[in-house]
Design a protein. Structure first.
Lengths: 229, 294
């Protein structure tokens, strides 16, 4: 079990020495996952608000379907996006396959169900009187939804953090649509998978420690933003 | 609006997203259309990547031709699929049967061999099945009949896996599926479904035999309780070829890569590769010569 300790020491060494390759991989991981989270959030929070606010036929079924896709294997999302973006696929002409942009799109798609579902759950926990009060004060639907989202900001923030967590820790999408190209589409997770496959176990674990450190900073940052208001 | 916390949070997120859009000026984020940098995509079998050969040659090629070389490492099965779909420009693989089919299906016009080495059957030092010194065919036959030892197969349609199937066939077991089913039922044949490195680690942990390319074996040897058991026999020949994909989009640069790999200078680099780290070369260059047969 000395490997665990070695991995910590190695991770610290890599961080302190600002190892060029590790820094660029970590920075790329952070940017890709932040972008995919932002993209998904911009789409999921308003849509989640709308779904939660309105009552319509098949709402329960829709929510069930969304929740089912919490479990979608990352490699399957990767395969789906790969088939879309492959030159033989419908969006092949965009030339996006094996680029960071493709990974952002894939990860955003991957975390959409979880962010959408959790946003809906978060909003359904908000006291119904807020909705009724805002509406009776003459608020539009948009304003009312916004008031509800604001009320549930901690739970919505948790949905964003969880989405980010799923994005930065996944390997299937990044592997299938990014291709793990050194210096271009290699992320922490695909580097970990490669190093593990190459038998560089301590290095692989060390990269995992660095990934967790990044997640810690991000979650602290989100908490800070929430606390301040 | 800024005083509202969620807007604030979203604003931060959007800012980060924008940062990503702009910070990638070095050619990182743009897709093919927007990207002025010339890129060439090569799909390679894992053994050329994991041994570090591609990492060693990549900067030299990039400098010589002022191009970004994107190297995608996957088993030969996946590499060929990328080639069929037009997602990569060039393949470097080692699976003759698959390559010939690839060419007859018009996905490439020719296979150019540039290096070779030999596969090894490796196993635990005490050689429980007693196959040391046999021909590869006899060794496999003994493994099957004596069930004195376990065998770990890649099981991933890689070039190494194809070679394993070819050896089984040459040993007289034409029906590979029946063989693996029977072997799996009897408990001595295990499909790892993983890359070469993982498969070697698995074989080592289980005290089993496996078929490996020499490069990956040498790279891993220090962590393994495995030694070469059978290392000669013409069927173990492992030829690495480069193929230009007809559906690729950078034909000109693809041609440059073939020229580069087969040039006298690169051939010498390939022949010397490994001396420093393993004390022996991992590949024998063979460009421009007749295809090796033994």
């Amino acid at each position: 079990m000395t490997e665990l300790w070695d991995a910590f020491v190695e991770a610290l060494r890599l961080i302190v020495s600002l190892d060029d390759e590790v820094v660029s991989i970590a920075w790329r991981s952070l940017r890709v996952s932040a972008a995919s989270t932002a993209l998904a959030a911009l789409f999921c929070i308003p849509l989640g608000g709308l779904i939660s606010f309105r009552s319509f036929h098949g709402k329960r079924l829709l929510i069930n379907i969304i929740q089912t896709f919490y479990s979608v294997p990352t490699v399957c999302v990767g395969l789906f996006v790969f088939l879309m973006l492959s030159r033989a696929g419908p969006l092949g002409g965009l030339g996006l396959l094996f680029t960071p942009t493709a990974m952002v799109l894939g990860q955003a798609l991957l975390i959409t169900p979880i962010m959408l579902g959790l946003t809906i759950s978060a909003l359904s926990g908000v006291d119904k009187t807020i909705r009724d009060t805002t509406l009776s004060l003459g608020a539009s639907e948009r304003q009312a939804i916004w008031a509800i989202i604001k009320e549930a900001r901690f739970a919505v923030g948790a949905a964003i953090v969880l989405g980010f967590g799923r994005a930065i820790s996944e390997v299937g999408v990044a592997w299938m649509v990014g291709g793990n190209i050194k210096g271009f589409t290699r992320l922490l997770t695909t580097a970990i998978a490669l190093d593990a496959q190459k038998g560089e176990l301590v290095l692989a674990l060390a990269l995992g420690v660095i990934l967790i450190a990044i997640a810690l900073i991000v979650s602290l940052g989100v908490n800070l933003v929430q606390q301040r208001h | 609006m800024i005083r509202k916390p969620l807007y604030c949070l979203l604003a931060v997120l959007v800012l980060v997203a924008l940062l990503i859009g702009t910070a990638g000026c070095s050619g990182e984020t743009a897709g093919g259309m927007l990207n002025p940098v010339d890129r060439l995509r090569v799909a390679t079998t894992t053994s050329l990547y994991d041994t570090g050969l591609w990492g060693y040659l990549e900067p030299k090629f990039e400098k010589q031709y002022d191009v970004e070389l994107d190297i995608l490492s996957g088993g030969s099965g996946l590499a060929l699929e990328w080639g069929r779909r037009g997602d990569v420009d060039v393949l470097t693989v080692h699976s003759k049967t698959d390559e010939l089919k690839f060419i007859s299906d018009n996905y490439s016009s020719e296979r150019v061999w540039f290096a070779y080495n030999y596969f090894l059957i490796v196993g635990p030092e005490d050689d429980p099945a007693g196959i040391k010194g046999m021909t590869p065919e006899d060794a496999f036959k003994t493994l099957y009949e004596s069930s004195g030892g376990k065998f770990v197969s890649r099981g991933d349609n890689s070039g190494t896996h194809s070679k394993e199937k070819a050896i089984w066939k040459a040993a007289g077991y034409a029906d590979y599926n029946a063989l693996t089913d029977a072997g799996a039922a009897a408990g001595w044949y295990l499909e790892a479904g993983k890359g070469m490195g993982d498969t070697l680690v698995m074989a080592s942990e289980m005290g089993a035999y496996t078929l490996t390319d020499i490069g990956t074996f040498l790279a891993y040897q220090s962590d393994l309780q495995l030694v070469p058991i059978v290392d000669s026999g013409s069927i173990l020949l492992n030829i690495y070829t480069v193929l230009i994909c007809t559906k690729g989009k950078n034909q000109e640069m693809a041609n440059n890569l073939v020229t580069f790999l087969t040039s006298a200078e690169t051939q010498e680099l390939i022949g010397d590769y490994g001396m420093k780290d393993y004390g022996q070369s991992l590949f024998t260059p063979c460009a421009g010569q007749p295809e090796p047969t033994s």
